[in-house]
Write a protein that binds this ligand. Structure first.
Ligand SMILES: *Cc1c(COP(=O)(O)O)cnc(C)c1O
Length: 386
């Protein structure tokens, strides 16, 4: 039964396999013993290997050990957790913040804590799988609106019946397309229709906005949104997630979010590393400058070769291909040529929109990008894609 299913996936070019990266994340990694230019990580600012984060993690291990020993509500809340939550609240300009083990855990805990049976969720069609799972778990009625389409959202809001809570759900930066949610429009609608808006800023935190506070800063709407979530696992280079918002709401989550309560507290080292990451975001703005310069160079290069790219506003630069088989062949050829960028296929993206998802980081040097672009030229020409 398992074998049959896997064989079927293989025929459809939809089989996924784990691939080993044999070195630390960075602009160049080792795969199968070869140096490979990595155009795929979400470590946009190179913080996963930043000396300040590594030192903070090592120091936390020396002081508090490797594991936190229990869940947060038992005895697992250690000084690094508290310090991180205080620093996140200061960074985000909110009352307080609450740290979860991962973005996935935050979303499947937060949404069911906010809405339940009888309530309504309206979510962007392309929002992240963890948000969708949270929506399903909540038991609320769950509808999707067309991607980045406030007019469609308004139609659905106008059709509501009853007085139950409505939650609008969206990514800030969409993870497979790199485009941004129209937050000012969504906020207007949320206010007009007395709905709540949940923004998942996993890919915006550390990257978007003048000081890297995220997509809310980018749009100048921070003071209008009482709460939002984001992760510590992308630009912040570590792991975990947070919800930033008013104290009573976070206390409510401490009491009701099952994925916060029934899991061991994150290791003290990861919390300490995230705390150090916030300092780096503040003190090394040149990383963001390099990131945006690299992104523009990369986009201009791909367009110059004749590739079609998605309507991105972030360091996520998807190269649109179409069929899963073609995307897969391109990714395989790129890897032979020393560049790793994965083919993203259904069900992660809709049928017919398979793509190579490339990302740039502040740590790519001009020679990395030049070499990666040469591989895209050669592979694209061989496969008659450009
Ligand atoms: C990556 C991602 C998550 C999951 O975060 P993890 O910390 O990796 O579990 C949630 N939401 C969005 C939009 C993401 O891109």
């Amino acid at each position: 039964m398992f074998e049959e299913h896997l064989a079927q996936l293989q025929t459809q070019h939809l089989l996924r396999r784990l691939r080993l990266t044999e070195s630390a994340p960075g602009p160049v990694v080792t795969m199968e013993g070869r140096p490979i230019i990595l155009m795929a990580a979400n470590d946009y600012l190179g913080l996963a290997t930043h000396p300040a984060l590594k030192q903070a993690a090592v120091a936390a291990i020396e002081r508090f050990g490797v594991g936190s020993g229990a869940s947060r509500l038992i005895s697992g809340t250690l000084p690094p957790h508290q310090d991180l939550e205080t620093a996140l609240a200061r960074f985000k300009g909110t009352d307080d913040a609450l740290v979860f083990g991962s973005g996935y855990l935050a979303n499947i805990g937060l949404i069911p804590a906010l809405v339940g049976t009888g309530d309504l969720i309206l979510a962007d069609r392309l929002c992240h799988a963890s948000l969708i799972d949270g929506c399903r778990l909540s038991g609320a009625t769950f509808r999707v609106f067309r991607h980045r389409d406030p007019a469609h959202l308004e139609q659905l809001l106008a059709k509501r019946t009853g007085r139950h809570t409505t939650l609008i759900v969206t990514d800030g930066v969409f993870s497979m397309d790199g485009d941004l949610a129209p937050l000012p429009d969504l906020l207007d609608l949320a206010e007009r229709y007395a709905a709540r808006l949940l923004v998942d800023d996993a890919h915006g935190t550390g990257v978007m906005g003048a000081t890297g506070r995220g997509t809310l800063e980018h749009f100048g709407v921070e003071s209008r949104l009482p709460f939002h979530m984001g992760t510590l696992s992308k630009a912040l280079g570590g792991s975990g997630a947070y919800v930033a918002g008013p104290k009573p709401m976070l206390q409510y989550l401490v009491n009701h979010a099952r994925s916060f309560i029934y899991t061991t507290a994150p290791p003290p080292a990861t919390a300490a590393a995230s705390l150090a990451a916030l300092d780096v975001i503040r003190n090394e703005p040149e990383r963001r400058t390099r990131l945006w310069t690299n992104r523009q160079w990369w986009i201009d290069g791909l367009l110059g070769l004749g590739y079609r790219i998605a309507d991105t506003a972030s360091p996520i630069v998807p190269v649109l291909i179409g069929e899963a088989e073609q995307a897969l062949h391109l990714a395989e050829r790129l890897l032979q040529l020393g560049v790793f960028a994965p083919a993203i296929r259904p069900p992660t993206v809709p049928e017919g929109t398979s793509r190579i998802r490339t990302t740039v980081s502040s740590e790519h040097r001009p020679e990395h990008l030049t070499q990666a672009l040469a591989a895209f030229r050669q592979a694209g020409q061989e496969l008659r894609l450009i």
